[in-house]
Structure formats: C-alpha cells, structure tokens
Design a protein around this ligand. Structure first.
Ligand SMILES: NC(=O)c1ccc[n+]([C@@H]2O[C@H](COP(=O)([O-])OP(=O)(O)OC[C@H]3O[C@@H](n4cnc5c(N)ncnc54)[C@H](O)[C@@H]3O)[C@@H](O)[C@H]2O)c1
Length: 410
C-alpha cells in the first residue's frame, strides 16, 4: 500500500532533485490513469488559488489529482467569484493568510505582475509549491531573488505561460522532435494587445499595475515560442521603443514612455529572433509566432486571415535565367489537431482561453507534483523567457544599444 503520509512528506519537502526527465511537458501519463483508478484521494494535491480575475480561468477542481483547498483575493467580490468557480467554501482575505494554512500544498499565484516575486517567495518560504502567472519577475535583482528562494527551499516553481500550450506550439514541438524543420534559423513572435491601454489601466480603486507597463517587461508570450521550443537561450538584444508622448502615460510607476517595443535577439546558437510587443497602433490583436527552418517553416494563424501554414523547401537543380541556383517552397494548409483530446485527462478537455492553454497548464503543474518531476516551465525556463525582455527594455531606453543578457541556468 502507498502511504499518504509518505507522499505528504514529499509534498512538504520539495522535489527540486526529482529525477524524471521532462522533455515535452505533454501527455496524460499511464501512471496518472492508474492512480485515478486506485482512488488515491488522500494523496491529491491541495491547492490554494490567489487572484480572482485571470486566476479564475483555470481548472484545478476538475483535475483528477487536485483539490482546491482554499482561495483568496483582497477583494470580496473576487473571493466570492473564486469560491463559486472552484466550488470551494474556504476563503482567506489575503495570500499572506492563506499560506499559513497547513492543508495547502501548493499555491496558484495570479496576482499583479509587480507582486509575483514577493508572493512566490513568500509561498516557497512557507513550504508551498508555486505556479505563478507571467512574468516571473520585473528586474534582474528580482530574478536573482526568485532563483535563490527556489534553490534554498527546493519547492517546485512553475510559470503559467499560455503560449507554451498553443496548439501550434505543441505541433511545433512535435515537428522539432521529428526533425522536420531542419535548422530553425529565425523566429518571429508578436503579442499585440490594444486592451492594455485604457481598459485595463484603471479599476474602481484607481490605476492598476498595468498603467504604463513597458511592453518588454511582459515578453514571455513571445520569447516562449523559441526558448520553449528549442531550449535555446537569448543572449544578446537590441530593441527599439515607440511612444507618442500621450500625457496619460505621465507619472506611471515604470517611468515608461513606450507603447510598443520591437527587439532583435541573438540566441546562444547564433540564431535570430524578432519579438514585437505593441499596446497601441493599427493591428489585429494576437499572440503568435512563425518559425523559419532550413527544410520547413511553420506559420501560426495571422489576424489577417492566413494560417496555420507550412512551407517546405524544394531545392531545384540547375539555375534560373539569371544564373542563380533556385530554392522554392510548397504552400500547405495545416490541419491543427485537437491536442487536448489525446494529451489531457477527460475532465480537462473543455478548451479555454488563450487557445485552450489553461487546462494544459493546470495538468502540467499537478502532474509534475504527482509524478515528482520538474514542470515543463520550471524556474530556469521561466527566467529564460522573462529576463531577455528586461534587458530589451533597457536597450529601448538606450536607443537600441546592443546588450548582453545574463543567464540564470546555474
Ligand atoms: N495569457 C496569460 O498568461 C495571462 C492573461 C491574463 C493575465 N495574466 C497574468 O495573470 C496575473 C493576474 O492578472 P489579472 O488580469 O487577473 O490581474 P488583476 O490585477 O485584475 O488581478 C489580480 C488580483 O490579485 C489580487 N491580489 C493582489 N495581492 C493579493 C494578496 N496579497 N492576497 C490576495 N489577493 C491579492 C487583487 O486583489 C486582484 O484581484 C497577472 O500577473 C497577469 O500578468 C496572464
């Protein structure tokens, strides 16, 4: 018989050195199915959910290995919303109170971005595993602080990056594994979100943390498309910012003047990645990527109406009339598989926002804890998605100066 006491000890003690290799971050494992059959309710992960806006978009209560033990928000209306969504009757007035609850194994931190490090560190110091909304941190100092706390406590930390589980991104991971791309020498990613101005800047209590947020301090929806695919690290950047002097930016806490920022990154393999993050302008809202490979390129759907598209290089022998050797490519419409049907437990096959990413993130965190393995977007991946944007914003402030990006892998 498997002892629930043993598992609870494990949950308390952290799993930083757990040995199961994580490659794709996918798959509803046979292990999990077996466990479900055995009805090991005593060993389910007991999660506390904090933040009743985006934090209410997940499916913790529907995961076969998870129980929502408690919820929290500073706002009563949002506490009630969380209680309602997760069918949980225990609510705390703040994260700081919730983490004192010994029944809580793990915390879903969905508070505002400037509080992520403070809250994640408090949770880990209280012996709780953490899944935190993006970005992981807002400064290099915070990156160091977060990494140090995770190393010291050994608790599991995962960042809930939705782009990682776009259906096209799951397909791209499969194409990469099968060697279909050849070399991915260039990746373009864009996050264009007009709602980030005006609508999300104020609530009943005044300005929110999004007021004046520099685009490159919110880079992970884009950087994850390459870092979360090939594992490459972004090591250098030049970035250009654009602003129009609109006085509504005056006095913002980030001292930011840019609505939009566009960066060109160099990877540790010498490849190029272009990231464009726009809050204001004429565009269709999107979070998307296109990956250019030597043999195959893959284009996520574009708001102008194309995609998903695959192009395969066809090398023609001989030369054209001007004497140049010719390379052409096919144009194929790609039928996007419904990955949830094969990769998620039945109770999580409901789709969701961000192209259905939330059920995948729910499953990945719980499955990682249950199976004593690192989550796909662990502390190192989270920082490798987040830190390049922090440096890119510095580059924008210095008129596009070429800057080196520190690594946080050791
Ligand atoms: N695609 C994505 O990955 C995606 C989408 C939306 C939001 N987000 C991220 O999710 C997070 C939440 O976003 P949001 O739009 O819901 O923000 P929000 O500011 O509307 O909500 C944050 C909530 O946290 C609560 N809170 C703050 N401090 C607390 C504390 N100490 N204890 C308890 N509650 C506390 C606030 O009262 C608030 O209701 C942000 O970090 C954002 O970046 C990510």
């Amino acid at each position: 018989m498997k002892s629930s006491l043993t598992r609870r000890n494990f949950l308390r003690g952290g799993i930083a050195i757990a040995g199961v290799a994580m490659t794709s971050g996918l798959g509803y494992s046979a292990q999990s199915e077996e466990r479900e059959k055995n009805d090991m309710a005593a060993s389910k992960i007991r999660i506390g959910v904090v933040g009743g806006s985006f934090g209410a978009a997940f499916h913790w209560h529907q995961h076969p290995d998870c129980i929502v033990e408690a919820v929290s928000d500073l706002r009563e209306d949002r506490r009630k919303h969380l209680m309602n969504v997760y069918k949980c009757d225990k609510a705390y007035n703040s994260l700081e109170e919730l983490i004192k609850d010994p029944k809580v194994d793990a915390v879903a931190v969905f508070t505002g971005a400037p509080d992520h490090v403070k809250h994640s560190v408090a949770c880990m110091n209280a012996g709780k595993h953490v899944v935190c909304a993006v970005p992981a941190c807002m400064s290099l100092q915070e990156a160091e602080e977060l990494l140090a706390a995770q190393k010291k406590t050994g608790m599991t930390y995962m960042m809930a990056e939705t782009s990682y589980y776009h259906p096209a991104m799951i397909s791209a991971r499969q194409f990469l594994k099968e060697g279909k791309f050849g070399d991915i020498y260039y990746t373009e990613a864009e996050y264009h979100h007009a709602g980030m101005e005006y609508a999300l800047w104020e609530d009943a209590s005044g300005h929110t943390w999004r007021w004046g947020l520099p685009p490159m301090l919110y880079p992970t929806h884009c950087t994850s498309f390459l870092v979360g695919l090939t594992g490459e690290r972004l090591v250098e950047v030049t970035s250009i910012g654009w602003g129009d002097g609109d006085p509504i930016m005056d006095g913002n806490p980030y001292k930011n003047k840019f609505w939009n920022e566009t960066a060109l990154f160099k990877t540790d393999k010498g490849n190029a990645m272009r990231v464009s993050i726009n809050w204001r302008g004429a565009f269709g809202g999107c979070e998307r990527a296109q990956w250019y490979g030597s043999r195959m390129s893959f284009f996520e759907p574009h708001p102008n109406g194309t995609g998903p598209i695959i192009r395969r290089a066809t090398h023609k022998m001989g030369a054209d009339s001007a004497g140049f050797a010719r390379t052409e490519s096919t144009f194929e419409k790609y039928e996007q598989p419904n990955w949830a049907q094969t990769l998620l437990p039945e109770t999580l096959r409901m789709g969701g926002g961000h192209e259905g990413a939330e059920p995948f993130l729910t499953h990945e965190f719980i499955d990682a804890l249950i199976n004593k393995r690192k989550p796909a977007i662990d502390i190192h991946e989270a920082l490798a998605y987040t830190v390049p944007g922090i440096v890119a914003h510095e580059s924008s402030k210095r008129n596009g100066a070429q800057m080196k990006i520190p690594g946080f892998d050791k």
